[in-house]
Design a protein around this ligand. Structure first.
Ligand SMILES: NC(=O)c1ccc[n+]([C@@H]2O[C@H](COP(=O)([O-])OP(=O)(O)OC[C@H]3O[C@@H](n4cnc5c(N)ncnc54)[C@H](O)[C@@H]3O)[C@@H](O)[C@H]2O)c1
Length: 409
């Protein structure tokens, strides 16, 4: 079988991990790597040599890689503000673009992504790996089988204590640092929101309508700086603008509500706090528990979710477990990359598309706006321009997120 030929840009910690995974993947060939830093290019080339047994062309200029490398698509793992710019350049050069997660700085950025996709006809995909999480896909399967009944309310979070890395890596200009310093909103909504949007059929018969967002005071990073570096340290003198806990409520066209939380500056165990509630019952990630009326053994009492995970395993995860789970974050990094690679191989659209990326990323700049206005509601644009009402189904494939095709496994 022909190999899918890719370029790769952004060789930080995340990029090098994804690059290694791609090098080990069947029928994939890396034909160019790019970063602004020569030392990281060296490291990237060493990964390709070690894992794929080949030398690879190195570029410090992304446009030059697009121009010269023999590639069908690019994977972009740079910092947040450059994802869309680089994806647009790739689409204009006729290359499929996949980009890492992050939020938008402006609605204009989201519109540019959508318009470039429409004008060039070249697909792009946000690499929202959590859409391919085992639990998220089992829940999607349960929703498709109507286990929860009509959905009413969803919750999710990015609950991850980043205070150590934000404070200790100031000197290496960590990409997140500036955002916490200058901005105030939900800067990382998609790990929670992506899977929720798939479950609610957002951009496919449903859409995000409005949001309101409020932010708590910012204390966690200063507190961490004092603990780690001392009261008199330069780090303790830094000011932080982003509230420690940002709470966002989104309304949807069919009346569902979504509560999102960004909680990254205070001590806490990791959780995406997924919560799915319909007229028959609900699932809650914290405690990994479920309650279904007339199904759960005791009235209004949680029961463990583990047996439901087995029973409603998504066919993609049944296949993945049989084939051997690989890659980081419990396997979902492999699945999201493979989803992109097979989209190129088959010459079709990607399961997470430009409209999804635009809607999900827009939550960041809209939440900033709402926070700045004291929690005032703001409208989420319809990036599909009305197509959401009766859009064609996504491509039929194993990696589809709008439907489940068990007969393809
Ligand atoms: N999906 C996940 O689970 C997950 C996990 C970790 C990080 N991420 C995302 O991955 C991305 C990268 O994270 P990281 O921690 O590796 O960041 P990083 O800042 O360490 O690395 C980014 C790299 O991109 C390079 N770069 C930036 N702009 C460039 C340009 N125009 N041309 C060439 N190179 C450029 C930088 O030199 C740097 O080496 C972020 O968007 C982050 O949110 C996702």
């Amino acid at each position: 079988m022909d190999k899918t030929k890719l370029g790769f840009v952004g060789l930080g910690g995340r990029g090098r991990g994804l690059l290694g995974l791609l090098c080990e993947m069947e029928n994939v060939q890396i034909n160019g790597i790019c970063d602004l830093r020569a030392d990281l290019l060296e490291q990237g080339a060493a990964i390709v040599q070690e894992k794929a047994g080949q030398t690879v062309d190195r570029y410090t200029d992304f446009d030059e890689m697009l121009d010269k490398a023999d590639i069908q698509g690019v994977v972009i793992a740079t910092s947040w503000v450059s994802h869309v710019k680089l994806a647009i350049a790739a689409m204009k050069a006729g290359k499929y673009a996949a980009f890492e997660v992050g939020g938008a700085t402006s609605l204009e950025e989201c519109w540019r992504l959508v318009r470039t996709r429409e004008e060039t006809g070249v697909p792009c995909m946000m690499l929202e790996n959590c859409c391919y999480g085992r639990t998220e896909l089992a829940l999607l399967n349960m929703i498709k089988q109507d286990v929860f009944g009509e959905l009413v309310h969803m919750r999710g979070a990015y609950g991850h204590n980043l205070s150590e890395s934000l404070v200790n890596r100031i000197e290496v200009n960590h990409y997140r640092h500036h955002h916490y310093h200058h901005r105030n909103g939900d800067n990382y909504p998609t790990h929670a929101l992506g899977p929720i949007c798939n479950m609610l059929g957002i951009n496919r018969g449903n859409r995000l309508l409005t949001l309101t967002s409020v932010a708590s005071k910012a204390r966690g990073l200063h507190n961490r700086a004092v603990i780690n570096k001392g009261e008199q340290s330069p780090e303790a003198a830094w000011t932080w603008n982003n509230g420690d806990v940002v709470s966002t409520t989104i309304t949807c066209a069919h009346g569902e509500t979504i509560c999102l939380t960004l909680d990254t500056c205070l001590p806490r165990p990791y959780s995406r706090q997924l919560y799915v509630q319909g007229v028959h019952g609900l699932y809650m990630e914290d405690g990994n528990q479920i309650y279904l009326e007339n199904v759960s053994p005791q009235y209004d009492t949680w029961e463990p979710f583990a047996p439901y995970l087995e029973r409603y395993e998504h066919p993609l995860w049944k296949w993945f477990q049989a084939a051997g789970v690989r890659g980081g974050h419990g396997g979902m990094d492999y699945l999201v990359l493979r989803s992109f690679v097979e989209s190129i191989r088959d010459g079709r659209d990607t399961p997470i598309d430009a409209y999804d990326a635009a809607a999900w990323m827009s939550i960041t700049c809209l939440s900033e706006e709402s926070v700045a206005l004291g929690g005032h509601p703001v409208a989420v644009p319809d990036f599909t321009n009305g197509q959401w009402i009766d859009r064609q189904a996504d491509p039929v494939c194993r990696y589809a997120l709008d439907d489940i095709y068990a007969d393809l496994f």
